[in-house]
Design a protein. Structure first.
Length: 443
């Protein structure tokens, strides 16, 4: 029977020799000094041998454990060498069955039951929020803390509803893997109880500047018509109501080549009752910043030959869908956290905080005026909607400069894919020549 001391003391000889242990385990010492563990056994009338590794990587105690495991398999009628080979193969196959591989297989199998847009949204969310972190890991080895870390990352950007949907999709992948015999359990099943609850109340909005810019970046990188991307950017820069943006007409813009460009939104298109819509001098004036003009330059070759800035894709005389911008934000992962109308809350919060630190007297009133908020104490017919235009223009430039930091030039948004398949948008309009407002055609 061997001991650790005997194994260490074994010296190489001119020929290979054996040192026997119990139950047919032995150490084979080679002329080069190698010490290899071997075990002899008989299976189905044939004499066979198994290798257990080399000393000192495999100690005497380890070799005896391997022998006992093999002997147990032999007593159950299995060939220990075959059992070992199958175990190795199973481990290799398990490592090949990564989460991303199984998830894509699940998606391909399930997509026939979904609408195409939903199928695209599902795989897009996994590619954006899940695969970069756990996609390369074997699905059978994933545990709840790993899955939770993925969901917490989504929650950290405020996308609470998205985190809940992603948990459901991860869980569905595991159910599929269990049915295929690839996984044994679903580590995402119980995680819904520890995710953050949805916020209820007013329309959700991101009101911190850095996360707001990050959201715009993420949304603009998603697939969409370039008109939709440019609409989102102009909405963020001007903080008008989404309905006012959707119905924007080229003839509402004045002095675009001059020093004081402005967007005159007719009173008839503003929010309010019939009296408000028929109010004399009730147009809402939006000073156009250099960043907003850049959006119009990118948009001009696309829709400049029609009356509307943002026409429907199917009916050019109608505005774009009221859901287009909301769907873009949802696809980007901000469902339940920011809506198109939320840019007004963001502008109000960020600019009022700025005004407290660096602003002038009455800046709060100016900001309200820029949002077309009418003070309760106003006298009917005496409210000057064109007041403070120089200061409004200054504040608009400050807002646009802060918001646009790190964002790509609007012209760069045109050539981004409009679909997951990589199809790019083609210009449907020729440029319109109207006075001095001429923008180069982007081909």
């Amino acid at each position: 029977m061997l001991t650790d001391a005997k194994v260490r003391a074994a010296k190489p000889r001119s020929k290979t020799y054996k040192l026997s242990d119990t139950n047919r385990l032995f150490l084979m010492v080679t002329p080069s000094g190698g010490k290899l563990w071997r075990w002899n056994y008989d299976y189905d009338g044939r004499h066979k041998s198994m290798a257990f590794g080399a000393w000192p990587i495999v100690s005497l105690a380890d070799a005896r454990t391997k022998r006992d495991e093999a002997y147990t398999a032999l007593c159950e009628g299995h060939d220990p060498a075959i059992v070992k080979k199958l175990r190795i193969e199973a481990n290799l196959e398990s490592s090949r069955q990564t989460f991303e591989r199984v998830a894509r297989d699940w998606h391909e199998n399930a997509r026939s039951q979904w609408a195409p847009i939903h199928a695209q949204d599902v795989i897009r969310s996994l590619e954006r929020d899940v695969f970069p972190t756990i996609g390369s890991l074997p699905i059978a080895q994933l545990i709840p803390p790993l899955i939770l870390s993925v969901l917490r990352e989504v929650e950290s950007r405020g996308a609470i509803e998205t985190a809940k949907r992603i948990r459901q999709r991860i869980s569905a992948v595991f159910v599929y893997a269990i049915a295929k015999g690839i996984a044994q359990s679903d580590p995402a099943e119980k995680l819904g109880a520890v995710l953050k609850p949805l916020r209820k109340g007013r329309q959700p909005a991101i009101t911190d500047l850095v996360p707001l810019r990050r959201m715009i970046l993420v949304a603009e990188e998603d697939y969409a018509r370039p008109i939709t991307r440019l609409a989102l950017r102009l909405l963020a820069l001007t903080a008008v109501r989404p309905s006012e943006l959707r119905g924007a007409r080229w003839d509402e813009f004045e002095d675009l080549n001059g020093k004081e460009p402005v967007w005159r939104i007719p009173a008839s298109r503003m929010k309010g009752n019939i009296e408000r819509k028929e109010e004399v001098d009730g147009d809402h004036l939006v000073p156009m910043t250099t960043q907003a003009i850049a959006v119009l330059k990118g948009l001009w070759p696309l829709t400049g030959n029609g009356p509307l800035l943002f026409p429907s894709n199917r009916h050019l005389h109608r505005p774009m869908s009221e859901n287009a911008l909301g769907y873009l934000l949802n696809r980007a992962g901000y469902h339940g956290h920011h809506v198109p109308h939320g840019f007004r809350a963001a502008f109000s919060t960020i600019m009022n905080e700025w005004a407290e630190r660096e602003g002038k007297d009455h800046d709060r009133k100016v900001i309200d005026l820029m949002l077309a908020h009418v003070p309760k104490e106003r006298v009917e017919g005496a409210y000057n909607r064109a007041a403070y235009m120089p200061r409004r223009r200054e504040l608009a430039e400050i807002w646009a400069t802060m918001l646009s930091k790190g964002l790509p030039d609007p012209i760069d948004l045109i050539d981004r894919p409009s679909k997951v398949t990589g199809v790019r948008f083609r210009c449907r309009f020729a440029p319109r020549v109207d006075g001095e407002f001429r923008f180069p055609v982007r081909r």
